[in-house]
Design a protein around this ligand. Structure first.
Ligand code: HEC
Ligand code: HEC
Length: 277
């Protein structure tokens, strides 16, 4: 087999000829060799990768996304629980809509961890998608599965009476949106979310609302200059004596510092800062 790999490295065409003539050698060459002629990877093992070699955080993952999201992201993490190096030769997604970024011929020393970042293109997708990745190593092959639930984002329907009543409550306590029944729409949707998804849930509900009250400004057409500090101040403290609630925990809001940071990053990108007039 060593000789064959040498031949292969020297000239892939020559190997194909050898394979064609020699029936005993009629084994498909690992594609990674052809695309990475500089490295000499150990031969792949076609059997299943034993659980005693790589331990995975999960072999079946599930993520939620919203209709209209361009992409979904997830990670598979593993630990080399064996006593020798494992070489991940390639990670092959089961469909063209998925990409997995890993180094070529990735050597995982014993006792160390690695993470495979996976991106799935969700453009125009709805419903539940089932996908997989095939991880080929020098100790065997592992199949990882994941599911993406692409959820519709329904805008809640309210009567005019509901709105009037909600407004009245919020006028006496702008933090009321995070409590009681209000939380179903104004807080729960954003739990555990970051960035755009969090904006859509927690801010968009008021600021992008089709039927929103006239005192709720359009954040995309502000008259004032914006900046990360601007977003930070408004999100953290809101505005006393208005309907704009405070979102940071210290002010009675529901968001963690990390969630607030993710909103600032998103808003500064989605609504580019205007120069100071
Ligand atoms: C309950 C409805 C509501 C929610 C939820 C809400 N806002 Fe507001 N927001 C308002 C209202 C009303 C005002 C106008 C306050 C005023 O000046 O009287 C406002 C004002 C603002 C302003 C100031 C705009 C200007 O004119 O300078 C910013 C910035 C802002 N909101 C960002 C956000 C962000 C970001 C979120 C999500 C973290 C959010 N808001 C969530 C109702 C809301
Ligand atoms: C069924 C989901 C839902 C519930 C429950 C809900 N809201 Fe809202 N809220 C919305 C939506 C959607 C908007 C955006 C404007 C619209 O469509 O009326 C909004 C807007 C607001 C606004 C901005 C002013 C406006 O009318 O545009 C305030 C303030 C507010 N809600 C307060 C509350 C309070 C206080 C409660 C609880 C007493 C509450 N909401 C319960 C969905 C809800």
């Amino acid at each position: 087999m060593k000789l064959i790999r040498k031949l292969l490295l020297a000239n892939v065409l020559a190997l194909l000829t050898v394979l064609g003539l020699t029936s005993a050698l009629a084994q498909p060459a690992p594609p990674v060799v052809a695309s990475q002629p500089a490295a000499v990877p150990p031969p792949p093992v076609n059997g299943p990768l034993p659980a005693t070699v790589l331990a995975w955080d999960s072999e079946l993952k599930s993520i939620d996304a919203n209709e209209g999201d361009e992409a979904g992201h997830l990670f598979f993490s593993f630990t080399n629980v064996s006593t020798s190096d494992v070489v991940i030769q390639n990670v092959h997604p089961g469909c063209g809509c998925t990409t997995a970024q890993v180094p070529a011929n990735w050597v995982i020393p014993p006792g160390t961890n690695g993470t495979i970042p996976v991106t799935i293109n969700l453009h125009g997708k709805t419903g539940t998608l089932f996908k997989n990745l095939t991880v080929t190593t020098d100790k065997g092959v592992k199949m990882l599965n994941f599911r993406v639930n692409v959820l519709p984002v329904p805008m809640p329907v309210m009567t005019a009476a509901d709105r009037t009543n909600n407004l009245k409550i919020a006028m006496t306590d702008r933090q009321a949106v995070f409590h009681g029944d209000c939380a179903t729409c104004h807080l729960k949707q954003g739990e555990g979310k970051y960035g755009k998804a969090l904006y859509d849930a927690d801010c968009g509900i008021c600021h992008e609302g089709e039927h929103r009250a006239s005192m709720v400004p359009d954040l995309h057409n502000l008259k004032v200059p914006t900046s990360p500090e601007f977003w930070h101040t408004w999100i953290t403290h809101g505005k006393p004596l208005s309907l704009m609630p405070a979102f940071c925990g210290a002010d009675g809001g529901p968001l963690s510092d990390m969630q607030i940071s993710s909103l600032i990053v998103y808003l500064n990108f989605a609504i580019p800062p205007k120069p100071t007039p």
